[in-house]
Design a protein around this ligand. Structure first.
Ligand code: TYM
Length: 337
């Protein structure tokens, strides 16, 4: 049970992934895949219907396809990685039920993302699915006996829950699951909103100008970066507490160039924020434009996308089905041939 396998997932909740998703997680997915580790990646569509605003069937279908295509365009290779859509693999919900039965009500209620989102939706509209969502995420990971899970900082608490559930299952029933490690890269763990640099860049951010989408028009990307909120210091420093906007720009540039963001500070000695913004804008456009073009090409061939999704689902089930069976046996469910 000691071989290395990495699992991660992303929700299809927008018409494009954003910069935070890309540099915080997806770029690492590709790097890990290319380092020769066995990688399993999913578009987690089941996760994306927990709030009513996302329950539009046409929109969900479109976003699932654009998400799948974008992952390939970014460099996830459906031959090298197992790349699939979560709802094609029923084992996820089958394991989630068992894990729900060993999760405490209070334990699930302590998840900060649940607290944030349920606050926004209002008590009457908060679904039970939003509450149990982190348990489904645990099932995603444990079902593949993943050893590592590359995510951004916002998912750390869900990973802790996953580890607790794996340990609990193993001691209560039988050693079945691997306790996974979160793979969170410090330099790219949290990209902030360009207009409100103390909050995470996210789909649900209040300000429209605060986020960059991978599929955005290059002119718009440039404009948003050049209008990013900075400060009155006038000196480029890497200082998250006092200069969060400038620090975020340095982090983005570091993520594109592969350089340590703190080491970039010296390049802007005696230069203003305009120079930094211009370089960030050019770098991000240079990275995202080819991805957008490739995504459009892939979407123009739905038959090929479907073929790849079916390939991914089959390979995912080959791994997941025996592990689900082992878990069901351990619980005491009677098996039949
Ligand atoms: P999701 O779809 O919200 O985000 C996908 C990935 O992007 C990262 N991310 C960020 N990283 C840095 N800065 C940001 N501003 C930023 N915003 C988002 C997220 O941390 C994530 O890695 N619950 C997960 C999806 C999921 C999953 C899984 C992940 C379901 N099952 C199993 C890993 C393993 C989510 O909602 O991510």
């Amino acid at each position: 049970m000691s071989f290395q396998r990495v699992f991660s997932g992303i929700q299809p909740t927008a018409d494009s992934f954003h910069l935070g998703n890309y540099f915080g997680a997806l770029k690492h997915w590709v790097r890990i895949q290319n380092s020769g580790v066995e990688t399993v990646y999913a578009v987690v569509d089941l996760h994306s219907i927990t709030v009513e605003a996302q329950q539009d069937p046409k929109q969900l279908r479109r976003r699932t396809l654009v998400s799948y295509a974008q992952l390939i365009a970014m460099g996830v290779d459906p031959q090298k990685s197992v790349l699939f859509v979560q709802s094609h693999v029923p084992e996820h919900t089958q394991l989630a039920w068992v894990l729900q039965c060993i999760t405490g009500f209070g334990e699930a209620g302590r998840m900060t993302q649940f607290k944030d989102k349920s606050g926004k939706e209002g008590t009457d509209h908060t679904s039970v699915g939003l509450f149990t969502y982190p348990v489904l995420m645990a099932a995603d990971i444990l079902l593949y006996r993943a050893t590592g899970v590359p995510v951004g900082e916002d998912q750390r608490q869900h990973l802790e829950l996953t580890r607790d559930l794996a340990q609990r299952f193993n001691t209560r029933f039988k050693k079945t699951f691997i306790v996974p490690e979160p793979l969170i890269q410090k330099a790219t763990a949290k990209f902030v909103d360009l207009q409100n640099p103390t909050g995470k860049m996210s789909k649900s951010a209040q300000t429209d100008g605060g986020m960059i989408n991978v599929l955005d028009d290059p002119k718009q990307i440039s404009k948003r970066i050049k209008s990013a909120v900075t400060d009155n210091e006038g000196v480029v420093r890497f200082d998250r507490a006092n200069q969060p906007g400038v620090t975020n720009l340095l982090s983005i540039l570091g993520a594109v160039t592969g350089r340590d963001p703190e080491s970039l500070v010296a390049d802007y000695d005696g230069k203003g924020y305009g120079a930094l913004k211009g370089d960030v804008a050019d770098a991000v456009v240079g990275e995202f434009e080819p991805i957008a073009t490739r995504t459009r090409e892939l979407l123009d061939d739905p038959a090929e996308l479907e073929r790849l999704m079916a390939l991914g689902a089959g390979r995912a089930r080959d791994i997941a089905a025996p592990i689900l069976k082992a878990a069901y046996d351990a619980v005491g469910f009677v098996g039949i041939q």
